[in-house]
Design a protein around this ligand. Structure first.
Ligand code: NAD
Length: 357
């Protein structure tokens, strides 16, 4: 196997350059001001992976292949997430998708997959204490994000108080999801800001959402019609429990008989919906990979049916006990995968468009 001494100088230099470029693109993207398309970014990442596959000695914790997100900015206070926020592994074709399923099934008996849309927005973490929204944060580097509570409070679909009409709110609930700008609202926003001259037009809904959410003045955010859909849970302490147990409460000792346990992704979605959190109605639970592939091809053909932009499909092993057994790599869970649709247009003109926050 190649070692330090056998890594040619030009390979080492290219590796360093790719790391630098990807970090830079990642930061710009995070601010809502990318200068390359996602396809170009993905291409650079594939090249980096290829170099690191050939010369594993070049892999370090700092490599963009090993970490989540981007460094956080000094504009907002830092928030440590209760449970780490991860990224997702990618599949770019059905062979890669099947290879992921084969790896998972070789380790655990998977009997249900949850398929849902991969919303092209930005990840946000919400913390509810005794049913009240106390904090909202960006994903940041997965461990520490930025405090954007005031901005998130302006999003109409995000409840300030969980609905307790069906069952009491948990002691603690950390819930993750995607904040986005619906496509029609994006067009309208661009029309408005161009007309009143308040802002340069945004290149796409994702950039507009990222820029809007990271406003220093929440009154500006309030004028941007942002929305949110939740798709995951971090820390969870059921109602009636006073001590934080961390995790999803799957291992929580049985105490009060009515204690609500989160045992699967789909069951959790039903509970989150009862508590009034915004959910997608387009997710499906299926039992075979054939059905997963059907879902993938259905939305490939109906990509524009949803009110928001999607860049793929996310497939998750439904059962939480199996999710925990499969675990995670340094940046992504092994129990989920993103099937990325090919870009609809590879735009090389992004640099020419004047985009701002
Ligand atoms: P990712 O966007 O590929 O996947 C992880 C994210 O998907 C999660 O954080 C989550 O917020 C989101 N997501 C959406 N729907 C979801 C669902 N239903 N369930 C779970 N998660 C869901 O990974 P990433 O690490 O955020 O970013 C990498 C991608 O971002 C790249 O592949 C690239 O396309 C793009 N990117 C582009 C640039 C650029 O300059 N153009 C720079 C950096 C990243």
């Amino acid at each position: 196997a190649p070692d330090n001494t056998t890594v040619p100088h030009e390979v080492r230099a290219r590796h360093a350059e790719l790391c630098r470029e990807l970090d830079d693109h990642s930061y710009r993207y995070y601010l809502g001001r990318p200068i390359v398309s996602d396809a170009e970014y993905d291409q650079l990442m594939l090249e980096l992976r290829d170099v690191e596959d050939r010369y594993p000695i070049l892999v370090s914790q700092d490599s963009p292949t090993q970490k989540v997100g981007a460094p956080i900015s000094v504009d907002f206070a830092e928030v440590e997430h209760l449970v780490r926020m991860e990224s997702l592994g990618n599949a770019f074709d059905t062979e890669e998708l099947s290879a992921w399923a084969d790896r998972a099934s070789a380790e655990v008996p998977v009997d249900a997959y949850l398929c849902e849309l991969k919303i092209d927005g930005l990840a946000v973490d919400l913390v509810y204490e005794k049913g009240r929204l106390v904090r909202a944060a960006t994903r940041g580097d997965g461990r520490v994000g930025e405090d954007i509570t005031l901005n998130v409070r302006t999003i109409g679909v995000v409840p300030e108080q969980l609905d307790e009409s069906v069952r009491p709110a948990p002691e603690l609930l950390e819930v993750r999801g995607e904040v986005f700008l619906p496509v029609e609202d994006f067009a309208e926003l661009n029309r408005r800001i161009t007309e009143d001259g308040s802002h340069a037009p945004f290149a796409n809904p994702r950039n507009a959402a990222a820029g809007s959410l990271r406003q220093k003045d929440p009154r500006v955010t309030a004028t941007r019609p942002l929305s949110m859909i939740v798709h995951g849970v971090g820390a969870y302490v059921p109602a009636g429990h006073s001590e934080a147990e961390g995790g999803r409460g799957v291992d929580a000792p049985a105490s009060a008989p009515e204690e609500v346990k989160l045992t699967s992704q789909s069951k959790t979605y039903r509970l989150l919906g009862e508590w009034g959190l915004p959910l997608s109605d387009r997710y499906r639970v299926v039992s075979t990979m054939d059905e997963v592939r059907e879902y993938v091809s259905y939305y490939q053909a109906h990509r524009h049916d949803p009110a928001y932009e999607i860049d793929g499909i996310v497939v998750k092993v439904d059962d939480f006990a199996l999710q925990r057994r499969l675990g995670s790599t340094s940046r992504a869970p092994r129990w989920a995968i993103a099937y990325k649709y090919p870009p609809e247009e590879v735009t090389t003109k992004l640099v020419d468009i004047k985009v701002g926050v």
